[in-house]
Design a protein around this ligand. Structure first.
Ligand code: NAP
Length: 483
């Protein structure tokens, strides 16, 4: 697969509007997870270059925040248009480095670009307040101002959208940003920077650093110029970064791991539930934070659901994301493959039954068979941790109270799904679930229009929607006297 716009393939970092290499020439390979071949190299930068990028973002801040919302919006909309124009090339780069089927990669580019468009318009709606004061000679004015320089650290599973979901609100309100993408998928990030450059963002407004996570993260979290850290990734790293940010008291948003329950009640439309289960279990090879991780199926419809789900799963074509009709690509790394294998081994050791799959796919490498297990119990690893792979584990339940207890019995609280035709049950269960998001008869819940985020150890803050700007703003109270 070749891209048409070869300018999008970058092997340098983007700092202060310049494409730069690491001084000593240190580089890191970028692999194609479908065949383990090296696609490209990116610089292996560290703390010093991160500091340079932060200082560039700081220098660019006064001019960027002084622009009118309309001016920032126009540049953002040009960026959005360029993403749409280059959608196919961006999708090809993503499938190459991340492995997801090309159709899914195209979808992610469109989804990611929407955050830029949505927040470009939201830039014009950063309203303040005027509060009646105690004295008639006073007014209380509340204004919202950009927090300042933002550091963003992103994962490999959505290499484009996790960046635009942060850049959209940050840039719209007048912040500047330094991005550290995942080493597994840096090409998508650098291609976005190339388009940002073309769109006309002033130098330093957007910067992107690839390299050693620990030293980049240490600089981002300890440098007092950075006023806000926005992280998407695992809960373990999120906790560490939260601790590291304490020394400079930064505002922190965390979009962390999930352990989503997918609950099907006896009155559900089973075909709709199976369609949703396929989407939210096998999309991106099960490597999404909102992937269903535990399926709770009412005992009355358990066998019928399993039969239908099994039929659908068995039709899933596994392969390189560039092959026609592929619905499931490789896992990102050998470590990811090993985790999925360990979860299946632990489940079967503890009594789960393999209905389908359960092992390495014949394609080898990190390809894993789409897998269906029944007899899930809550002490299994697969019930307790994010599997992050194409394994659906099913547990029976008998009552609403029982399933709410099972579903909430986790430290995670990101996404949850329920299938029922009973409106009152839908409302009761949605309110009882300790999750940031609930899909009712719907598995495709992500959108730039809605607040995405979790409770408990799944994170802090929300991305997307008008709530998404709050994390990048500071409130200022001004008391006007002598009126
Ligand atoms: P990860 O291992 O936590 O890595 C995420 C990012 O953090 C990578 O860029 C990584 O770089 C960096 N990182 C790791 N250690 C660091 C440190 N000490 N200092 C600074 N940066 C550090 O997560 P992942 O495996 O890439 O992503 C999968 C996880 O993300 C899953 O748990 C998934 O649920 C979660 N996720 C959550 C959401 C959400 O919106 N809630 C969305 C997508 C994914 P290196 O790889 O170089 O270490």
């Amino acid at each position: 697969m070749k891209i048409k716009n070869t300018d999008l393939l970058k092997e340098c970092c983007y700092i202060n509007g310049q494409w730069v290499s690491e001084n000593s020439g240190a580089k890191m390979p970028v692999y194609n997870p479908a065949n383990q071949e090296i696609i490209s190299h990116v610089p292996k930068m560290g703390g010093d270059e991160t500091r340079m990028a932060i200082e560039a973002a700081d220098a660019a801040l006064p001019e960027w925040k002084a622009k009118t919302a309309q001016e920032r919006s126009e540049i953002m909309l040009r960026w959005y248009e360029l993403m749409k124009e280059n959608q196919e090339d961006l999708a090809i780069l993503m499938t190459l480095e991340q492995g997801k089927p090309l159709a899914e990669a195209r979808g992610e580019i469109a989804y990611g670009a929407n955050f830029i468009e949505w927040f470009a318009h939201e830039a014009k709606r950063i309203y303040g307040d005027m509060i009646p004061a105690k004295s008639t000679s006073q007014r209380i004015m509340v204004i919202k101002q950009p927090i300042g320089v933002v550091a963003a650290i992103t994962p490999w599973n959505f290499p484009s959208a996790m960046i635009t979901r942060k850049c959209g609100p940050a840039l719209a309100v007048g912040c500047t940003i330094v991005i550290k993408p995942s080493p597994e998928s840096p090409l998508s990030a650098l291609a976005l920077c190339q388009l940002a450059d073309q769109a006309g963002f002033p130098p330093g407004v957007i910067n992107c650093i690839t390299g050693d996570a620990k030293s980049i993260g240490a600089e981002m979290t300890s440098n007092s110029i950075v006023r806000k850290l926005s992280f998407t990734g695992s809960t373990a790293v999120g906790k560490l970064l939260l601790e590291q940010c304490a020394s400079t008291v930064k505002k922190v948003s965390l979009e962390l791991g999930g352990n989503a329950p997918f609950i099907v009640f006896p009155d559900a439309d089973l075909d709709l539930a199976v369609k949703g289960a396929m989407l939210c279990k096998f999309r991106n090879t099960g490597q999404t934070c909102i992937s269903a991780n535990r399926f709770y199926i009412h005992t009355d419809i358990h066998d019928a659901f399993v039969e239908k789900f099994k039929t659908e799963i068995s039709q899933l074509k596994v392969g390189d994301g560039f092959e026609a009709d592929v619905g499931q690509g490789p896992l990102i790394t050998q470590a990811a493959f090993d985790k999925v294998s360990a979860h299946v081994a632990d489940a079967t050791k503890n009594g789960a039954i393999i209905e389908l799959g359960g092992a390495e796919h014949e394609k080898g490498g990190t390809f894993f068979q789409p897998t269906l297990l029944t007899g899930l119990i809550d002490s299994m690893l697969i019930s307790k941790e994010e599997t992050f792979g194409p394994v659906a584990g099913i547990c029976r339940f008998s009552s609403d109270d029982e399933v709410i207890k099972l579903a909430n019995d986790t430290n995670s609280g990101l996404a949850s799904y329920i299938y029922t035709k009973d409106l009152s049950r839908a409302i009761r269960i949605s309110e009882a679930l300790e999750y940031g998001m609930v899909g009712v008869n719907e598995a495709a819940i992500s959108s730039e229009l809605a607040p995405f985020g979790g409770v408990k150890e799944s994170g802090l803050g929300r991305e997307g929607s008008h709530y998404g700007v709050d994390d990048f703003l500071e409130l200022k109270y001004v008391l006007l006297g002598g009126i």
